[in-house]
Design a protein around this ligand. Structure first.
Ligand code: PLP
Length: 385
């Protein structure tokens, strides 16, 4: 059996080596390392893929979130509601811009932001909601957009884990995640579903004015060379990373299908094991479990371990050279940097429970049946013993 990796970037590279090497070599030959033609070409190709009017490439997914918030003109003291159970980047940029983060609980079934909790947290100072399509599953965008419209709020989708997922609305229309809210962001960190070979990110919007503002912000607030109209940042996707992404984008759908196939095999193997809750791909529109639709791109395949010792399982797997991860072990509201007297433990019962139950299994495009069989058997043997 091939050694199991949490993420197998080497195996993925081997399959596209010639195409990637040729695109990188072209950038080096042309020496247009910053803002080269690859960046613009990638931008157009991603706009077409996502069906979104504007893609603005930038340096990483954290910058993308920050720049989206700057572009929307959020001001110190404005409240921004986001999930308690996610990667810290989301809340980090809110705090960095001196906006007020308002963390709310998540849904135990889809791990995404809890709609009732969002509604309860809205005050006259609320300006934006940042749903995260956590682990690759589209959040309930119908309900979020509806709340936002009723309360006049912006929606910024953190799509760092969900690129390539599609969300089907109640009315049957299907849109790619990231292009549904007023703005969206993603990350091209190497291990993300569409990863480059360094750091990278992008902002999405269908709003022409906002796109224009953001294009200036990413480039030192310049709309005309050496005229600095607004306070900006330096956040660029470099040409080599754009070249890698151009070589990989045509494979994104097949990568996501490979992930879903592996996820389905995991789920089949775990069926009937009462100590394990497998992740569900809930299509939020129909509220039924959907096996076939593409609302979940399985950035992570995350189990909940109940009535068994999650921490002991993690130790056991590590001791047997089986990689796994706990995403995330601490709720954001309990992190030192983001603790606040406003928060009440009773409002975070689901996150507080999930951090003790979750474990993410190896998930990438190169998992084979023998590895999945070995992994699932090892886990089942341990939790049922
Ligand atoms: C990875 C990630 C980010 C940050 O992306 P970087 O490119 O690493 O800055 C933000 N939000 C979520 C949910 C992520 O998973």
């Amino acid at each position: 059996m091939k050694k199991i990796q949490m993420v197998d970037l080497k195996g993925q590279y081997a399959a596209i080596k010639e195409r990637v090497n040729a695109s990188i070599q072209e950038v080096i030959d042309n020496t247009a390392f910053i803002n080269g033609p690859e960046v613009h070409a990638f931008q157009k190709e991603l706009e077409d893929y996502l069906g979104v009017k504007h893609v603005i490439p930038c340096a990483n997914g954290t910058d993308a979130l920050q720049i989206a918030m700057m572009g929307l003109g959020l001001k110190p003291g404005d409240e921004v509601i986001t999930a308690d159970f996610t990667f810290a980047a989301t809340v980090e940029v809110i705090a960095l811009l001196q906006l007020t983060p308002v963390l709310v609980d998540v849904d135990p079934i889809n791990f995404n932001i809890d709609i009732a909790a969002v509604e309860k947290a809205i005050t006259p100072n609320t300006k934006a909601i940042v749903p995260v399509h956590l682990f690759g599953l589209a959040a309930n965008m119908d309900a979020i957009m509806d709340l936002a419209e009723r309360h006049n709020l912006y929606v910024i989708e953190d799509n760092a884990q969900g690129i390539g997922a599609a969300y089907t609305s109640k009315d049957g229309t299907k849109k790619m995640t990231g292009g549904i809210g007023h703005a969206g962001s993603t990350s091209f960190f190497p291990s993300k579903n569409l990863g480059c070979y360094g750091d990278g990110g992008a902002i999405f919007t269908n709003d022409d004015d906002l796109a224009h503002i953001i294009r200036g912000i990413v480039n030192h607030g310049m709309y005309e060379r050496y005229h600095h109209d607004v306070v900006g940042v330096n956040s660029r996707l470099d040409s080599i990373q754009a070249a890698v992404l151009r070589a990989k984008l045509p494979n994104l759908n097949s990568y996501n299908i490979a992930r879903r196939t592996a996820a389905r095999k995991y789920t089949q193997a775990f069926s009937g094991i009462e100590q394990i809750i497998t992740p569900t791909g809930f299509c939020n529109a129909g509220n039924s479990i959907c096996d076939t639709c593409d609302c979940h791109v399985f950035h992570q395949y995350t189990l909940r371990i109940i009535n068994a010792d999650r921490d002991a399982l993690v130790k056991h797997l590590q001791a047997n050279d089986i990689p796994c991860g706990v995403y995330y072990p601490i709720p954001l509201h309990a992190q030192k940097a983001y603790k606040d007297e406003r928060y009440n433990e009773a409002d975070f019962t689901i996150t507080n429970q999930l951090v003790k139950e979750v474990v993410s299994l190896p998930m990438h495009t190169e998992l084979d049946d023998e590895q999945i069989d070995f992994l699932t058997k090892s886990i089942i043997a341990f939790v049922t013993k």
